[in-house]
Design a protein. Structure first.
Length: 266
């Protein structure tokens, strides 16, 4: 199977989708327990949510599920949030801390090495290639990494997660203008809550590629799934009415980022 899908565009903006995939090879699925086979920790319908919001945008999407290997984790295995609960390169549990593998079937070092080679590395090679292609056109590229998560997960954070969670690793991964414009739209969005560099400060993808001094900017948007799903539990159904309200603000964000990027190249 193809482990990634690319749609090439000419905009300076690239949308990354590391967690929308639900493909799990048969031999790996056989090792998941009943809880793991629910694939609960998926960014459900995020690709659909962003579809058509920005003309000529490039998209790079992983087709494999994060339980195969997490495309937004350090390939060396380092924690994104030292000292806090999180899931690793190949998760052993779901976001509630419950095991996802059958007893004795959790991936070992050889499994992880093979999955890095066969899934993680090809996805990031494709993403890196698109960043370089877009940068060659404009002299600048902006990676906007698209994510979602349940709004209540006590294992990971207290209380209810804000609707918009903007991550720039404390301003390190993109120009201040990109960070400010993005968060301003979120803060002014009527009926929505937002935070900048809160519980989610940007994953490995954002931190790895976001090097503004080289002309490559990166920003992560983690959306609470309550903003666009009718239910954050199975069957994780898309709510078109909710999504319509949300898409207005996401479109504004992407359009503003694109304009800033075009201004930056001059």
């Amino acid at each position: 199977m193809a482990v990634f899908e690319v749609r090439q565009g000419t905009s300076p903006v690239i949308l990354g989708f590391p967690h929308t995939g639900t493909d799990v090879p048969v031999e790996i699925r056989a090792r998941l327990n009943d809880n793991g086979r629910i694939l609960a920790d998926t960014d459900w319908h995020i690709f659909e949510l962003y579809d058509g919001l920005l003309d000529n945008v490039t998209t790079v999407r992983a087709t494999f599920h994060r339980y195969v290997i997490d495309a937004n984790r350090d390939p060396e295995g380092g924690s994104l949030y030292p000292g806090q609960n999180t899931t690793g390169l190949v998760p052993e549990t779901d976001f509630d801390g419950a095991p996802i593998w059958k007893d004795g079937e959790a991936p070992d070092a050889d499994d992880i090495a093979a999955r890095l080679r066969d899934f993680h590395a090809p996805y990031h090679a494709a993403l890196a290639a698109e960043i370089e292609r877009v940068k060659a056109i404009h002299g600048v590229a902006v990676l906007y990494d698209c994510h979602s998560i349940r709004s209540h997960i006590p294992f990971l954070f207290e209380g209810k997660l804000p609707d918009f969670n903007v991550g720039t690793d404390m301003g390190r991964t993109c120009a201040k203008a990109i960070e400010a414009a993005t968060f301003e739209v979120c803060a002014k969005a009527d009926g929505f809550t937002s935070i900048l560099n809160g519980r989610f400060k940007g994953g490995w993808t954002t931190r790895h590629y976001g090097k503004p001094e080289t002309g490559v900017h990166a920003i992560q948007m983690e959306l609470a799934q309550s903003t666009h799903l009718s239910s954050e539990t199975p069957p994780f159904a898309y709510d078109p009415a909710k999504a319509k309200r949300l898409r207005i603000h996401l479109k504004t964000i992407l359009q503003q980022i694109e304009q800033i990027a075009l201004d930056l190249k001059h």
